[in-house]
Write a protein that binds this ligand. Sequence first.
Ligand code: CP
Length: 304
Amino acid sequence: LANFLNINELSNDKLIELLNTAYAFRDGKQVHLKRPVFAANLFFENSTRTHSSFQMAQKRLGIQLIDVNPSTSSVTKGESLSDTVKTLQAIGVDIAVIRHSQRGWYEPLVADDNISTALVNGGDGNGQHPSQSLLDLMTIHDEFNHFEGLKVGIIGDLAHSRVARSNAEILKRLGAEVFFSGPKDWYPADFAEFGEHVAIDELLPQLDVVMLLRVQLERLDHQAVETFTATEYHTQYGLTDELAKTLKPTAILMHPAPVNRGIEISSDLVEAPQSRIFKQMQNGVYARMAILEQILNARNLLED
Ligand code: CP
């Protein structure tokens, strides 16, 4: 891979290769670099998991990190993302992991012949979250060993969620049956091609995978926030303790986190036996090692 930007651009064979590589890293696979390799992680939006697990993956692969904090960088003086990446490239950065609120932030950079630093998408607005999708696929495959025929419900703040968009598309392509739930107003019109919207109480008993999404309070306008109290949201659209009793015994609970405990999911269910939420985070390190290994390979930076 020259860059890692959109999981839906990858072939099924490439996805399987990435999953197998991630499992191999989890089983102790080691790689050795031919020369010192440098990465910079630019998070223009806040992050705990994606940022820290990319750092962990980079350190485990022997990649050296260049510390760049967008909030104290010359971006605050108006420097463009493109000039920021060109600057990092000029000083020797091989790989830039970027999270930015602009959907498709990477498109002009990929089209720019003067940029050769590898670009990794750590999340673009409500577009894609491809490394999250890979770790989610890894977690689902861990459990069921296949995707074909699985019933997956993506439930919550669909309108603002890059996780919903990237996962719905890739899961459908891999043969899963995708459904959505949550406030109907938050079901984007273009999601109909991936799956229908179903009320949560009707949907839950059918599901193999329950993928809950955070209500993104920071992205809601004032009027929308006033539409529900936290308790009203939890009761009408969230996974309550009562509703969880209707789940299949084999169903798993997922959430990309951060979690609003008591809003989209009952707090007790976060650590329930059916929850894979912390497993997702563990898998995230190995999924990101696999992504970075593909980029190192494409640049001929790995010893045979
Ligand atoms: N799941 C996820 O992207 O979490 P962060 O926003 O903390 O990176």
